[in-house]
Design a protein around this ligand. Structure first.
Ligand code: ZN
Ligand code: FE
Length: 256
């Protein structure tokens, strides 16, 4: 199997997974770069997986479906271009011989889902849309901080080697904030250097891994004493899991 991030818009990745003949694509906000990749690699599109309703994740669905006949699979409670298979936690989607388990991960949007498969080329694989980013997490457009925290807890509980395919290249900006929150984290500093080198060469920083994110992503580390202390400096009223998480998210929103 081959996993390719197709760049789109300013900083989206449309993830393409293929076996040399058939392909699936996740969150095709734009059809054009997907058509180009399919033609270049001589692939037939089998399936379109959708994590949430935002236009930068759904704008290319109709054109791709009309041209290829691919099936569309998306969140049961969100408005995406019909017809599509409506999915919720506990459901699964079979494509390219892989079984993708559906996880409910509300927060960025209220019906956001993620797709997880336990063995892709020997490692688990996660498509998490705009829920988890490397070094950060999605903005809370529809959900509550408590929902997002529990969604991120669910993703953090996946196996360490899980390859994490996020929908945006936000890593360097996220890490700049992460280092402001946790300046003493040596793993974080080293990862930032690594990602700077990658971006300097035009290489994606993704996929990340769950183990890496648990070491460096402040939004997966809100129960660490040094992070709680830093958040307290931003908002002295933050006192428990949900309020610390909410204050950290607010801090990031305002961070320049
Ligand atoms: Zn989004
Ligand atoms: Fe997005």
């Amino acid at each position: 199997m081959y996993l390719i991030p197709i760049p789109a818009f300013a900083d989206n990745y449309l993830w393409l997974l293929h076996d040399g003949k058939r392909a699936l694509v996740v969150d095709p906000g734009d059809a054009e770069p997907v058509f180009k990749a399919l033609a270049h690699l001589k692939l037939q599109l089998s399936s379109i997986l959708v994590t949430h309703h935002h236009a930068d994740h759904t704008g290319g669905i109709d054109a791709l479906r009309n041209a290829t006949g691919a099936s569309v699979h998306g969140p049961a409670t969100e408005h995406i271009p019909a017809p599509f298979e409506k999915l919720r936690e506990g459901d699964s989607v079979s494509s390219l011989g892989l079984d993708f388990q559906v996880l409910d991960v509300p927060g960025h949007t209220s019906g956001h889902i993620a797709f997880y498969t336990p063995d892709m080329n020997g490692k688990p694989l996660l498509f998490c849309g705009d829920t988890l980013f490397s070094g950060g997490c999605g903005r809370l457009f529809e959900g509550t901080p408590a929902q997002m925290l529990s969604s991120l807890d669910k993703l953090a509980a996946l196996p360490d080697q899980t390859q994490v395919c996020c929908a945006h290249e936000y890593t360097l900006a996220n890490l700049r904030f992460a280092m402001a929150v946790e300046p003493g984290n040596a793993e974080l500093t080293a990862y930032h250097e690594h990602c700077l080198r990658l971006r300097g060469q035009g290489i994606p920083t993704l996929p990340s891994a769950i183990a890496q994110e648990k070491l460096i992503n402040p939004f997966l580390r809100t129960r660490q004493p040094q992070i709680m202390a830093a958040v307290h400096g931003f908002d002295a009223s933050a006192h428990d899991d949900n309020t610390v998480f909410a204050a950290l998210r607010q801090w990031k929103n305002q961070y320049k």
